[in-house]
Design a protein around this ligand. Structure first.
Ligand SMILES: Cc1ncc(COP(=O)(O)O)c(C=O)c1O
Length: 324
C-alpha cells in the first residue's frame, strides 16, 4: 500500500525531535503506586495521550508539517485512517496551512471523525475497513493530484520515534511495551532503543482480533488478517513494509491480547492511574499483564514502561468500562 522508502536512522530521529519540540511539550513519565500494586511490578506510564489531539500520533503530523515538500504544500494532502493518524495529519496540515482530505472507514468512531473535521480537514467516509479507505484515498489522490501520505511515511515514523528519545532521557527501563497497529510507534522505539538503551526490551502488543502485524512479524512476509477488534487504533488489516522491516530483527517479542484484556487494562488505568485511555492506549498495559512468550529472556532490573498512546475513547468505550 505504501511506496518503498529507506529505513530512517537514529540521527534522523534526533533531527526530527528538534522540529517536533518547537510545537509539542515533552510528555510525563509517571509512576502510579496503586498500579504497581495491581500489576505486581514497578510500572511507569508514558502519558502520550496528554498531547494535542489526545494521541502520540500528533508527533508524526507535526514532523510531517515541518518537512513537507513544495509539491505537497501546493497540491494538498490525502491520507486514510481510523482516527488518530487522521487527527495528526489534520493537525499538521493546519499548522502548515495546507489543505488535507482524510478518508476514513465507516468503522471509525464518530468521535474521531468529528475531531478530524473540527481541525479543518475534509472528511470522506469510504469503505468499512482501513484497507478499503486506503484504496479510496489513493484513488482520490490520483484523480485530484493531492499527495497521498502513507500512514507509515518515514517522516511519520520519525515523528513517532521522538517519544522514545524523550523516554530514554527520562528513565532506564528494563522493557517498554508498545501497542502495534501499523507498527510505526514500535519501529521508532526500536530505532532509539538500539542507540540509547540496548539492554531494554521492546515488546509489541496487538489485539488478537486484528493480528495482521503479528502474523507478518512471525512469518517475515506482509500478511493480511481481518480486523474485528474494538480498539479502533489497532484495527489494521495488513502488515506495513517499512515498520515490519525495522521490527523484524529488533523487536524482542510481540504478544497478542484479547479485547477483554484491553478493557481490563483500561479499567486499571482509570481506577489506579487516573487515566482515561482508549483501547489502543491501554493495550500496552494489557501486554505487560499477559504471560511472556516462551523463550523470551527475563528482563534486566528496572521498571517496565507502558506507552499510554491515546485517550480518544468513544462514549461506548467509556460506558463499557463503567459497566463491568
Ligand atoms: C492510540 C493509538 N495507539 C496505538 C496505535 C498504533 O500505532 P501504530 O499504527 O503506529 O502501530 C494507534 C494507531 O492509530 C493509536 O491510535
Amino acid at each position: 500500500m505504501c511506496s518503498p522508502a529507506p529505513d530512517p536512522t537514529y540521527d534522523d530521529v534526533v533531527r526530527a525531535a528538534a522540529l517536533v519540540a518547537r510545537e509539542l511539550p515533552a510528555t510525563p513519565l509517571q509512576s502510579h503506586p496503586l498500579l504497581d500494586t495491581a500489576v505486581g511490578t514497578e510500572v511507569l506510564v508514558k502519558h502520550e495521550h496528554v498531547l494535542p489531539t489526545g494521541s502520540f500520533k500528533v508527533r508524526g503530523g507535526v514532523h510531517l508539517a515541518a518537512t513537507l515538500t513544495d509539491e505537497e504544500r501546493r497540491h494538498g494532502l490525502v491520507t486514510c485512517s481510523t482516527g488518530n493518524h487522521a487527527q495528526s495529519v489534520a493537525y499538521g496540515a493546519r499548522l502548515a496551512g495546507v489543505r488535507v482530505t482524510i478518508v476514513m472507514p465507516s468503522s471509525a468512531p464518530a468521535v474521531k471523525q468529528d475531531a478530524v473535521a473540527a481541525l479543518g480537514a475534509d472528511v470522506l467516509v469510504r469503505g468499512t475497513t482501513l484497507g478499503e479507505a486506503g484504496e479510496a484515498a489513493r484513488a482520490l489522490a490520483a484523480t485530484t493530484g493531492g499527495s497521498f501520505i502513507c500512514p507509515t511515511d518515514p517522516r511519520i515514523v520519525l515523528g513517532h520515534a521522538t517519544a522514545y528519545l524523550e523516554l530514554f532521557g527520562q528513565a532506564t527501563p528494563s522493557a517498554v511495551y508498545v501497542p502495534i497497529g501499523s507498527g510505526t510507534g514500535a519501529a521508532g522505539a526500536c530505532l532509539v532503543r538500539d542507540a540509547l538503551a540496548p539492554g531494554c526490551q521492546v515488546i509489541g502488543v496487538q489485539s488478537a482480533a486484528a493480528p495482521a502485524g503479528w502474523r507478518s512479524w512471525r512469518s517475515g512476509t506482509l500478511e493480511t488478517a481481518p480486523a474485528a477488534t474494538r480498539a479502533s487504533g489497532l484495527a489494521t488489516t495488513t502488515g506495513y513494509l517499512l515498520p515490519q522491516r525495522i521490527l523484524r530483527d529488533r523487536l524482542d517479542d510481540f504478544v497478542l491480547v484479547l479485547d477483554d484484556a484491553i478493557d481490563a487494562a483500561a479499567r486499571l488505568l482509570a481506577t489506579r492511574a487516573h487515566t482515561l485511555a482508549e483501547g489502543a492506549g491501554a493495550a500496552a498495559l494489557a501486554g505487560l499483564l499477559t504471560p511472556q512468550s516462551e523463550g523470551r529472556p527475563g528482563r534486566s532490573a528496572g521498571p517496565a514502561v507502558v506507552m499510554c498512546t491515546g485517550a480518544n475513547a468513544s462514549a461506548d468505550e467509556i460506558a463499557r468500562l463503567a459497566a463491568a
